[in-house]
Every structure is written in structure tokens, then in C-alpha cells.
Write a new protein. Structure first.
Lengths: 291, 469
């Protein structure tokens, strides 16, 4: 379960060392934009050592490497893959070939290191107009792709428009990303909300992303983690309803009934699937049904 | 007599006071890092050729680092203080003084002054407002600092008292703090301090997520301690995480409609907010930390100034600290016996002092330390602190970002916090977690020469600080 993904600069040991306690489901140890060119090597070593020596508890660790149009990305993977990271986030992915190129290099490293094939997952960061148009091909380019992630800041620069809090300029991209991810049967994550002082704005933005179908949202500030987790967690009402759906279905089966309704509404396969997802998430979060 | 008190210069006041070689002089620290007065007076004393003095200052800040020259030249032979920031502290740790500094607490200092253990010959009281007879206050004037709590024992027990002000008001000064009955001479100067260094414009809660997390946990500890109910009393410092705890506590008290009795100590705008929103009946203010607190003590009768004796002196017939339910404190190190160091850094160099740490820890029903498990690459929980400032017997809880350790003497609290689902751990477990991340640091090496004595609030010596090699 991954509701929130928190970016942590890869060159800040005092922040990384507390990464697991900041409440995020995942932390993204960043070797790309947060790290100045002169510090790429030290950040790489620091992130390697964090993976090697630190336990992050229940918090998933994702490493954002540098993009494939830089000389850094292979050095990043050479250093990081031996530490068996669960997930790599390549940035500025614009087409399926980008994914395939990274996949091939990781496969080479896995074989060289004797690691299980496909043990390292990918969350491509899509942040160009071309990437948005190719979102489905990217999402289905490799078995390694577990999710795709929208980067709104670089995208708006590419679209030559201003990034706003309302986000009308990325509405199309958001919808296209969700559609592509669901078609490819992978998760999809929304771009961070960048005003770290605007808690209400974050909440509104996260709710909007959830309403479009995003699985979760990234954060650049630990202050936003709580709000994101809250929005992307099922509510008590959601959980209660999901259990009711499952009970109604079980009862209908016992009675040999084909079609069944709950509160006057027919329960069909998508509703059952959503109820199962809600219950699975509630159980993962330790949230129970109201008594 | 009244008209004769007003003299023309600091030098004239010093001459009239009869200050001689070997005597003791005192200063309060309400002007904090903006203070001009201590340096101004000591420069004048040095210029007059007086030597071999004992300096008794309630605290010393970086702005007083120039005292080094007066120590080297023999003007100052001995220092008694409750706090010394790193500027002078590091120099002392390097062996600047022949005679060790005596560190006391904010309660121990007035105790020892009142008992004649540390007699004061001449007290110099920087006063943001005063009249020609010496009635003075910190609430008014361009250098307003609010409470003058720490100056009371100096005024009451010194042989001679000189008030130094940059705001001479018509007699009688309305709303004085220290009355004329204690004052011998009054001197006016252009400025007693720099307002920007005296109090912060605002004190702000931390934005550090680790600090906020610890503050949230601290408030949960208070919530489930059994002490948070009507009549609750509270003290916290001005550090970022402590302020955040005060803010979260206010939200909880308002939500649960809890009407506390008082908050005490150094007062910040956050405690003023709590007073104004009805969380407390009154504030007991020995020192103001920001402009909001200064404005409040000037205007709000429920915001009361208290002397250092009333605040914390063990020699007083009763003191505010003994009425406290909860105090939140900081630490540079905590050891597995819950002893706390606030005098030195992890390398053993002086950079602080007890202030009211030991006094409030001894008095409060629940004494809680908030400290991150490690700073930079050093673990904060150790086998033995570099210096014992407050004994572990007076500490109940340590809150870190990775867990809460409760002093094993407090069995009921352990059960309460565990029942509430708080991450209660053995303090040795916390130490292990820290060391797993930072490694075990090498112990610093000292020369064996004492540079400071740490004197507990009851007058006994609790530890010694040695010079660094």
C-alpha cells in the first residue's frame, strides 16, 4: 500500500536518517533534482550506505535516479542496485524505449550480481508532453513497471504554461495518466503540491487527485504527508459499506440469487471489486469496521 | 536623599558604591544577548583599576564574550552564573580562568544570595524604565524586556544597588517592579541594550518535522499522564519543539475544555495565547522571551511578574516550581540513568547551564525531556552524560522521535502510556537504536583540571566540568 511518497534529498543525512518516522508509506531518496551536480557522487554514496546500513521499518524506499540523458543514471544504478532497492524511479521518461533501456541495464546488473530477475520495480516519472501522450506504452513497457507518476512542474514548463494551485493546466495530463495506468493495470501517483505552507490547498489538491482515480500522491514536505494519507485512506463509511457489500454478496450466493441490490442499488462486479480493494486497504492500515 | 540618588555617570556610581578590589558585583540577564550594561560597567571598572572581582551574573551570553579580556587582566577572578553560552563557555573550557566557574540554578542563585553564601557587594541593575529614586521596571521604555524577576535577589540582598536606565521617567514610576527602598544610585545612559537582541520579535514553533513529531508525542504523554485536568499547571521552554508542544497542548485543552491554573517560567507569546484563550487563569513570569509576552505583562493583570526567589528558590518558604504539574525541558545529553546534561556539548565544552532546569524538574510532578535521539552524528542517549546538570531521579520521561522512555521509578506512568498506545521503550533500547545509526563515539579526553563546578539547587556540588585537551 502506497498512499504517500515523500521526497528526501539524497545529500541530507540528518533527514534521511529520520525518513522512516515521517509518516509516509514510501520515501523517495532523490539523486536527481534535489542534488547539485557537484554533490551527485556524495549523494549516491550516502544513499547507498543508507540502504545498506539503515532499516526503514515499514516504510518503502524508492530511489530516484538521474535521467537517461545524463551520464549519471548508470553510475546511480551501478551503486544502488547492489543494495537491492525495492523500487527505482527514473525521471523524464518519455516513451516505452526509455523504460526498456533502463530495464535492460537493471537486468544486466541483476544477472551480474546474482539477484532475482525483475526483483527491482520501476515507477517511471512522466513529466513531458511526449511522456503524457505515451503514458500507456510506458506503463506497459516492462514487467518491472509497478506504477507511473506524474511530474507537474516539468510538464508545465514543457507545455509552456504556468503551474497554478488550481491545476487546470494539468487536468488533461492527470486524466490521461490515470486512464493509461488503469489500462496497464498499474498504480498511478499524482504530482506533489508545492506550497508547503498551504495545508488546506494540499487537502483540496489531494482530494481532487483521488476523485480522478489516483492511487496516491507525492509530497516534497513532511508536513503534507498526514493530509495525503488521510485523503487516500478509506473512510469509516467506505469501510462499513464495503463490508456490507461483501456480506450481501455472500448472502445472495447462499440463497442462490444471481442479481442482488443493496440500499436499492444493484451490486455488480465493479462494486464488489472496489469493496474488496477498500477492505484490503483498511486491513493493511489496521482500520476496522464500525461496531 | 531622593534627589541625591541620581548620579551623572557609571563611574561616579561605582565610586560612591565603594567598590574595591576583591569585592563581588552582580548583573541580571533580562537583556539577554542584547545587553550593553554588563560590558559597559565592567569596562569602566577595569578602567578604574579595580581588580580581583567576583562576577555574579544570572546568565552570560555571547555578547559578553569580551569578558575574556577582563579575566586575562585580573579584573575578574571568579564567576558565579546559572548559564553561559558557547562564546565565553568554550574559552572557559579551554582553561581561561584559574578558579573554576560556579554554575548554579535559577533557584540556587537566589538561595545562596539570600543565605549569604554568595554575598553581593554592588548590584548593577539594568532597568528599561526607572525614576530618579530607583523605582524600576522592565515593562516600559525602548529596551523593554518585561519581567525583571532575576534582578530581585540582587536588589534585595546586595550591599549597594545601582540602577542603570536609558528611560528616566517622572517620579513615581507607575507599575514599578523593584521599589526604591533597595536602590542606592540611579544612572542614565544612552542605551542599556539593543532591543533586537533583548527579546525576539516573535518566537516561532519549529518547522522541523522531527521536532513536530516529538512535540505531538509530548502532548500525548501529558494527555495520558492523568495530570491534564482543570487546575493543570505547566511550564515549557522557548525551544522550537517545546513551543510546538505548547501549541498542540493549547489545541487539546480547548478541545477538551480544560481550564488550567497557571503557566510559569520564561514566557512566550504561545503561553500568552493560552492565557488569553482561557487555558490558564494566570501566567507566573520570571522572564519574557518575546514582544508579545512583554506587551501582555504590561497590560494584563493575570500575567504576573515573579521574583527568582518566588520562582524557584529552595530557601523560600514556598516556590512556584513546587506547584507545577508538568514541565517540558531540553537536553544536550541524557544517560541511561536519566541524568541530563544541559551545561556542555557532547565534547564536554561549556555551552549552556541549568537555568531553571533542575529547579522545575525537582518541583514538577511530571518532568519531561524532549530531545532527538541523535544530533548530527552523535547519539544523545549515552551511558553517562558528560556533565550531570539535573539528576535522573528528577526526570520522569524522555521523548524522542523513535520512542518514549519512562523512568522505571514511575511504574504507574509506564502502564498509562502503554495503555494509550504510546511507543514506550527502555531507555537502553533507545540508546541502542541511536548507536546503531551513529556508531559509538569516542569519549572526549579532558586534562583533569576543573574549570567549573556544577552546584545543585540545594548547594551541593553535583558534578565538575574539566578543561579540554
Amino acid at each position: 500500500m502506497r498512499r504517500s511518497m515523500l521526497f528526501l534529498p539524497g545529500n541530507t543525512p540528518n533527514i534521511i536518517v529520520n525518513g522512516e518516522i515521517l509518516g509516509a508509506d514510501s520515501v523517495i531518496l532523490d539523486l536527481e533534482d534535489a542534488v547539485a551536480p557537484a554533490e551527485k557522487d556524495s549523494a549516491r554514496i550516502l544513499v547507498r550506505n543508507a540502504l545498506k546500513y539503515m532499516g526503514f521499518g515499514k516504510c518503502e524506499v524508492i530511489v530516484r535516479i538521474n535521467s537517461i540523458d545524463t551520464p549519471e543514471w548508470k553510475k546511480d544504478l551501478d551503486t544502488i542496485i547492489p543494495q537491492k532497492p525495492g523500487m527505482i524511479m527514473p525521471p523524464k521518461v518519455s516513451c516505452a524505449d526509455d523504460v526498456k533501456q533502463i530495464d535492460a541495464y537493471i537486468t544486466e546488473l541483476e544477472e551480474k550480481l546474482g539477484l532475482e530477475n525483475n526483483s527491482v520495480g520501476l515507477i517511471p516519472l512522466i513529466e513531458t508532453a511526449l511522456g503524457i501522450e505515451n503514458a500507456f506504452q510506458i506503463a506497459s513497457a516492462s514487467k518491472r513497471v509497478r506504477a507511473i507518476f506524474l511530474g507537474g512542474e516539468d510538464l508545465t514548463a514543457d507545455l509552456r504554461c504556468k503551474r497554478t494551485k488550481e491545476g487546470n493546466e494539468i487536468h488533461y495530463a492527470r486524466c490521461r495518466m490515470v486512464c493509461a495506468a488503469r489500462a496497464a493495470n498499474v498504480d498511478v501517483y499524482d504530482t506533489p503540491f508545492t506550497d508547503v505552507n498551504d495545508d488546506e490547498g494540499l487537502y483540496t489538491d489531494a482530494q481532487y487527485a483521488k476523485s480522478l482515480g489516483f492511487t496516491g500522491k507525492a509530497a516534497i514536505s513532511p508536513r503534507h504527508v498526514k493530509g495525503i494519507n488521510e485523503v487516500f485512506s478509506p473512510t469509516k463509511q467506505d469501510i462499513d459499506y464495503a463490508y456490507e457489500v461483501m456480506e450481501t454478496i455472500r448472502f445472495a450466493k447462499e440463497q442462490g440469487k444471481g442479481a442482488v441490490a443493496l440500499r436499492g442499488k444493484m451490486i455488480d462486479a465493479p462494486i464488489v471489486m472496489r469493496a474488496e480493494q477498500t477492505i484490503a486497504m483498511a486491513e493493511a492500515l489496521g482500520m476496522g469496521r464500525s461496531v | 536623599m531622593m534627589g541625591k540618588k541620581l548620579v551623572k555617570s557609571i563611574r561616579e556610581a561605582i565610586i560612591l558604591s565603594g567598590l574595591k578590589d576583591g569585592m563581588s558585583v552582580s548583573f541580571h540577564h533580562h537583556l539577554r544577548n542584547g545587553d550593553y550594561t554588563l560590558n559597559m560597567v565592567m569596562d569602566e571598572i577595569a578602567d578604574m583599576g579595580i581588580k580581583n572581582l567576583t562576577l555574579n551574573a544570572s546568565s552570560l551570553f555571547d555578547t559578553h564574550a569580551s569578558l575574556e579580556k577582563h579575566i586575562r587582566s585580573g579584573v575578574i577572578r571568579k564567576i558565579n552564573t546559572n548559564y553561559m553560552s558557547a562564546g565565553l563557555g568554550h574559552r572557559i573550557s579551554e582553561g581561561l580562568m584559574e578558579e573554576p566557574v560556579d554554575f548554579r540554578t535559577h533557584g540556587g542563585r537566589p538561595r545562596d544570595i539570600s543565605l549569604g553564601i554568595t554575598p553581593i557587594d554592588v548590584a548593577f541593575i539594568a532597568a528599561p524604565a526607572a525614576d530618579c529614586a530607583g523605582n524600576c521596571s522592565g515593562k516600559y521604555g525602548p529596551s523593554a524586556c518585561g519581567s525583571l524577576g532575576y534582578a530581585f535577589p540582587d536588589a534585595m540582598y546586595a550591599q549597594k544597588v545601582i540602577v542603570i536606565t536609558d528611560c528616566l521617567m517622572p517620579y513615581p514610576l507607575k507599575g514599578w517592579s523593584i521599589p526604591e527602598i533597595y536602590v542606592d544610585y540611579v544612572v542614565t545612559v544612552d542605551a542599556i541594550g539593543n532591543p533586537q537582541g533583548i527579546v525576539s520579535g516573535t518566537t516561532r514553533i519549529t518547522r522541523d518535522p522531527v521536532g513536530l513529531l516529538m512535540a505531538e508525542t509530548a502532548v500525548k504523554v501529558i494527555q495520558h499522564s492523568g495530570l491534564l485536568k482543570d487546575g493543570f499547571s505547566f511550564q515549557t521552554g522557548a525551544g522550537g519543539a517545546s513551543l510546538a508542544a505548547a501549541r498542540f497542548l493549547m489545541d487539546l485543552m480547548l478541545k477538551d475544555n480544560i481550564k488550567g491554573s497557571f503557566a510559569s517560567g520564561g514566557i512566550t507569546g504561545y503561553l500568552v495565547d493560552m492565557l488569553e484563550k482561557g487555558c490558564f487563569e494566570s501566567l507566573m513570569d520570571v522572564q519574557c522571551f518575546d514582544l508579545k509576552a512583554v506587551e501582555s505583562i504590561r497590560k494584563n493583570p493575570a500575567h504576573q511578574e515573579i521574583s527568582a526567589m518566588q520562582y524557584a528558590s529552595p530557601a523560600a518558604k514556598s516556590a512556584v516550581v513546587d506547584q507545577l504539574d508538568v514541565v517540558i525541558l531540553g537536553a544536550t545529553e541524557v544517560d541511561t540513568e536519566f541524568n541530563v546534561n544541559v551545561h556542555t556539548d557532547s565534547n564536554g565544552r561549556i555551552m549552556g547551564g541549568s537555568g531553571g532546569h533542575s529547579d522545575t524538574a525537582a518541583g514538577a510532578k511530571l518532568s519531561m525531556i524532549i530531545a532527538p535521539l541523535f544530533r548530527a552524528r552523535l547519539p544523545i542517549v549515552t551511558d553517562r552524560v558528560s556533565c550531570i546538570s539535573t539528576p535522573g531521579r528528577d526526570i520522569d520521561v524522555l521523548v524522542t522521535q523513535r520512542g518514549v522512555a519512562v523512568n522505571p521509578k514511575n511504574e504507574e506512568l509506564i502502564l498509562r502510556l502503554k495503555d494509550a498506545g504510546l511507543p514506550v521503550m527502555d531507555i537502553r533500547e533507545l540508546k541502542q537504536i541511536a548507536e546503531n545509526i551513529t556508531g559509538i563515539p569516542n569519549k572526549h579526553v579532558h586534562s583533569g583540571r576543573p574549570v567549573a563546578n556544577v552546584i545543585y539547587r540545594d548547594g551541593t556540588q553535583i558534578d565538575t566540568i574539566y578543561s579540554m585537551i
